[in-house]
Design a binder for this molecule. Structure first.
Ligand SMILES: [Zn+2]
Length: 165
C-alpha cells in the first residue's frame, strides 16, 4: 500500500513538472464567444485589397516588405480581420525568412490546416475566430519550441502593451 501511495505521489509530481514547464501566456482565447462570420462583401468593407487577398484568399505578401517583419516592440499581435489576440511580442524572434516569425502562439488562437497547394506539404495557420489566413507553421524554429510561425504582416495588427481583448 505504501508503495502505491509513493507511486501515485511520484506520478503527480512528474505531471506537475510537465504542466509548469508550459509557457505562461498573458491570456487564453475565450472560445465561448461566437465565431466571426462575414460575407466577402462585408470583409471588403473593412479590409484593403492586399489584406483581403492575404486574409480571405490565402495570399502571401512579398517577402521583406511587411511592416512587422523587423518589428520588435512589447505588445500583442492581433488578427487584422477580427482583432483576436494571436501572438505575444515575447513569442516573436528575428528571422531572415522575410516574414514576421513567432516560436509559439497564444493558447487556442490558431487553427492548423494541412495545405497541399503549390506541390508542398505545409501546415497552414488560420485565426480560430474568423478563419483568416495568417501564414504557415514550420518545424525549423531556432528556439526551444522548434516552431516557426511564418506570418504575413498584413494578417496581423500590433497593439502596444495591451492587455485588453
Ligand atoms: Zn481573426
Amino acid at each position: 500500500m505504501k508503495k502505491i501511495t509513493i507511486l501515485i505521489l511520484l506520478l503527480f509530481t512528474s505531471l506537475n513538472v510537465v504542466v509548469s514547464q508550459n509557457k505562461n501566456y498573458q491570456k487564453e482565447i475565450d472560445m465561448t464567444k461566437k465565431k466571426v462570420e462575414k460575407t466577402d462583401e462585408e470583409w471588403r468593407n473593412i479590409l484593403n485589397d492586399e489584406e483581403f487577398r492575404v486574409l480571405r484568399e490565402k495570399g502571401t505578401e512579398y517577402p521583406h516588405t511587411g511592416k512587422y517583419n523587423l518589428h520588435f516592440e512589447n505588445g500583442v499581435y492581433n488578427c487584422n480581420g477580427c482583432k483576436t489576440p494571436l501572438f505575444n511580442s515575447d513569442q516573436k524572434f528575428e528571422s531572415d525568412c522575410g516574414w514576421p516569425s513567432f516560436d509559439d502562439a497564444i493558447n487556442g488562437s490558431i487553427k492548423y490546416v494541412e495545405d497541399y497547394s503549390h506541390n508542398m506539404i505545409r501546415t497552414e495557420i488560420i485565426c480560430v475566430k474568423c478563419d483568416g489566413h495568417l501564414g504557415h507553421v514550420f518545424n525549423d524554429g531556432p528556439t526551444d519550441t522548434g516552431k516557426r510561425y511564418c506570418v504575413n504582416s498584413v494578417s496581423i495588427d500590433f497593439n502596444k502593451n495591451s492587455n485588453k481583448e
